[in-house]
Write a protein that binds this ligand. Structure first.
Ligand code: G1P
Length: 267
């Protein structure tokens, strides 16, 4: 059972400046819902019961969004517009928050979830990536592999050679339903070990925290999740799953616009 998930939402969003000076990228609208709504929905429909969102300064918008809106509901009732109340519904999952004091990388943000996770396998969803589920939510596909292997599982997607430098890239042996990962490299400038990039969906055994604590600053002077995964790999099997849905990196303007257009077309 994977019951808990961590969503890191504390970065500066520097790829999307200047708007991220005031609006966290997790709150970018995709249609009439913010990005983070889709992420929480995916976690909920994959069976997650509790979510820890790692936030930072000036992120109150995220907390406000998931709060109940009793005043607004009362207002809608008083105006005979009860039918609009269902638009305020959020996925029925418990959401907790923890603040990251200094933006010190993805690995550092996840490390803050150690007490929340305890001693059970857990999921990580990066809100940079939205996956349109096809036919099942991406996280659920990973959970299926975890059920079979009991190990950590990383979501993967085949991408174009010139984009590999923006992501973690793996090397591995394909099995029937998943890949056994041999190595992982963060943002390779050249000689990427394959064309399989890490998308922001992971299931980890709690052993990951041991390696996060031993990890030093990596690429960009930040504590990199990929470096902790590398150490995990050396000690236990880690698996990869090529997800079947379409993935959009909302930190890339072109993909963000494509996603919005796709959802408008199906509205
Ligand atoms: C992070 C990970 C990277 C992964 C990517 C997916 O990078 O470090 O391995 O491929 O998310 O979106 P970031 O986008 O935070 O630089």
């Amino acid at each position: 059972m994977v019951r808990k998930a961590i969503i890191p939402a504390a970065g500066y969003g520097i790829r999307s400046l200047p708007i991220t000076k005031v609006i966290p990228k997790e709150m970018f609208p995709v249609g009439l819902k913010p990005v983070i709504h889709y992420i929480v929905e995916e976690a909920f429909s994959s069976g997650i019961e509790q979510i820890l969102i790692i936030t930072s300064k000036s992120r109150d918008l995220i907390m406000d969004y998931f709060d109940s809106s009793i005043e607004l509901e009362a207002f809608l009732k008083s105006k005979n517009k009860e039918h609009l109340i269902k638009k305020l519904e959020i996925p029925k999952v418990e959401i907790l928050y923890k603040r990251q004091a200094v933006a010190n990388g993805l690995g550092d943000a996840i490390r803050l979830g150690k007490e929340f996770v305890g001693n059970e396998p857990f999921a990580v969803l990066l809100p940079d990536d939205i996956v349109i589920p096809e036919p099942v939510p991406a996280l659920k596909e990973l959970i299926e592999v975890h059920k079979e292997t009991k190990g950590s599982v990383i979501g993967l997607k085949q991408i174009k050679q010139d984009c590999l430098k923006d992501y973690g890239v793996i090397q591995g042996w394909p099995k029937e339903r998943f890949i056994e990962i041999q190595d992982i490299v963060e943002k390779p400038e050249t000689n990427a070990p394959s064309d399989l990039a890490v998308i922001g969906r992971y299931i980890f055994t709690p052993k990951l925290f041991t390696y996060l604590e031993l990890t030093n600053e990596g690429v960009g002077g930040e504590l990199q999740l990929t470096d902790a995964i590398k150490s995990l790999l050396a000690n236990e099997s880690v698996f990869g799953k090529i997800i079947s849905g379409d993935r959009y990196d909302i930190g890339k303007l072109k993909e963000y616009v494509e996603l919005v257009n796709r959802l408008i077309k199906t509205d």
